[in-house]
Design a protein around this ligand. Structure first.
Ligand code: GLN
Length: 486
């Protein structure tokens, strides 16, 4: 029998139901994996062994009493930007280094109610601003497939932990690609649900019109279980949409024959990396064998996605981050002369360079006289992108494209070149701009052994189609089954 930390939630749940193992055993296995690999990978900001073991004991009792739910007893890592009552929630930042929220995020509450086991808070780029997890105040997370490389970001810790058995599943947030990119770079399956599908109550806000929480797992079966748990209406989040979500596990065995995937020519004409190209073309053959048809599409406005995103996201960030002023909570500078100096010193000390860059970009774009030239233009582009997607979905069930232009890059390679870093998200950002669901699924490896992801994008609330397509793909392929040698 392989070690418990290697198993998926679906496998563990059936062992638990059959009383062949216990949540305490599973949790101990995962905790020892965390201990062994943390010095090398650094997926976590904070690890809670005592909390995890006490939650595991409770889960075992629930199972014994016949009160188990599908994910009871399964260990999960939570991105460090979701409030965990009384435990540190730092958002990868010095300014929140000692912040202990007095309440749980809704997703954390759901995880507790399910009887899952919380392992700790996963490392991330500071305030989720980044594509590499290098801007974390707590130091970078490393890619389990090659420790010289980044895991992707901003939810790099959540992805790396699942990839190397330091968590069975995890959750992250995706504002411009922060779930799909690290999922692709770490060889796991990660989904950004539709804007409004999962509550953001208790998620530290980055860019509120784009942020969305979603799951990471080693396969689509686990993703579907997490979607069942997370996708539900929450009156505490005014953007949460009150609709009935289907049972996503029902889509795991549905045939895909007769479905149509759209191939956006603009995405593929930008691809220069041979490994990504050949993985995508092999993936296309797999779908074709399954009876899926392909049509070419044009999404002309996507070319402006990055430019518009880097107006909208920093604008929203600059106002969301105004609350970190050292008054009510978070870091406060020690020596200051008067209130204004206290604000300035606190923010100068508390925020890292990338966060400051975003605040300055956003404040500039929103300043009087510039609104029409920047924000309004970006908002118009956003409408065009949404229209382009809408039109595309008239001729296909989902869009088929890469997640990233190339596999994981080296630590330090782009951190001093913000434009290069921003361009990493060229294929993921448009999805957030339109509020659509998107998934990254392992679809191949580069010549030097790095995972490559495939992205599928569905119409609003089309998560079930993504589950259906990825499930069919994972039955035909074994990319998602390969593990890094550590
Ligand atoms: N890399 C993008 C950014 O820095 C997206 C990050 C995210 O999705 N949170 O804004």
């Amino acid at each position: 029998m392989s070690d418990l930390y290697e198993k998926t939630a679906t496998e563990l749940a059936s062992l638990l139901r059959a009383k062949k193992t216990s949540s305490v055993e599973i949790t101990e296995s995962v905790l020892s994996r965390i201990e062994a690999l943390e010095p090398k990978i650094h997926s976590y900001v904070n690890i809670y062994p005592d909390l995890a073991l006490s939650m595991a004991k409770e889960a075992d009792q629930r199972i014994l009493d016949g009160r188990a739910r599908p994910l009871t007893g399964i260990p999960i890592a939570i991105k460090d930007n979701m409030c965990l009552q009384n435990e540190k929630t730092t958002c990868g930042s010095r300014i929140l280094a000692n912040f202990r929220p007095p309440y749980d995020a809704t997703v954390v509450r759901l995880i507790r109610e399910e009887g899952m086991v919380i392992l700790g808070s996963a490392n991330m780029d500071e305030f989720a601003m980044g594509s590499s997890t290098e801007t974390s105040y707590w130091g970078p997370t490393r890619n389990p497939w090659d420790a010289e490389r980044i895991p992707g970001g901003s939810s790099g810790g959540s992805a790396a932990a699942v990839a190397c058995g330091q968590a069975t599943v995890s959750i992250g947030s995706d504002t411009g690609g922060s779930i799909r990119l690290p999922a692709s770079f770490c060889g796991v399956t990660g989904m950004k649900p539709t804007y409004g599908a999962v509550s953001r109550f208790g998620l530290v806000a980055y860019a509120s019109s784009l942020d969305q929480i979603g799951p990471f797992a080693r396969d689509i079966s686990d993703v579907s279980l997490l979607l069942n748990l997370l996708c539900r209406h929450d009156p505490l989040d005014s953007t949460s949409v009150p609709i009935e979500h289907p049972d996503f596990t029902k889509f795991l065995d549905k045939p895909v024959s007769g479905m149509t995937l759209g191939v956006p020519v603009e995405f593929f004409s930008k691809l220069e990396n041979e490994d990504v190209e050949s993985s995508l073309s092999d993936a296309r053959k797999v779908f074709e064998k399954l009876g899926v048809k392909f049509v070419e599409l044009s999404l002309p406005s996507l070319d402006y996605g990055i430019a518009a995103y880097y107006i909208i996201a920093p604008c929203e960030a600059s106002s969301n981050l105004a609350r970190y002023d050292g008054v009510k909570y978070g870091h406060r500078a020690r020596d200051f002369d008067g209130m204004i100096e206290m604000y300035c010193k606190t923010r100068a000390e508390g925020f890292g360079a990338e966060v400051k860059r975003r605040i300055m970009l956003g404040t500039y774009s929103l300043s009087s006289g510039y609104y029409d030239a920047y924000y309004l233009k970006a908002a118009k582009i956003r409408t065009l992108i949404t229209k382009d997607f809408k039109q595309s979905f008239e001729s296909c069930d989902a869009i088929f494209c890469p997640v990233a232009p190339a596999p994981a890059f080296k630590i330090g390679e782009k951190v001093d070149d913000p434009i290069q870093m921003y361009l990493t998200d060229v294929f993921t950002i448009p999805v957030n701009m339109a509020g659509l669901p998107g998934i990254s699924c392992p679809a191949g490896f580069s010549s030097d052994g790095l995972p490559i992801g495939l992205q599928l994008i569905a119409p609003h609330f089309g998560e079930s189609k993504l589950v259906q397509l990825v499930a069919a793909f994972q039955k035909e392929t074994d990319y998602h089954l390969r593990r890094p040698a550590l």
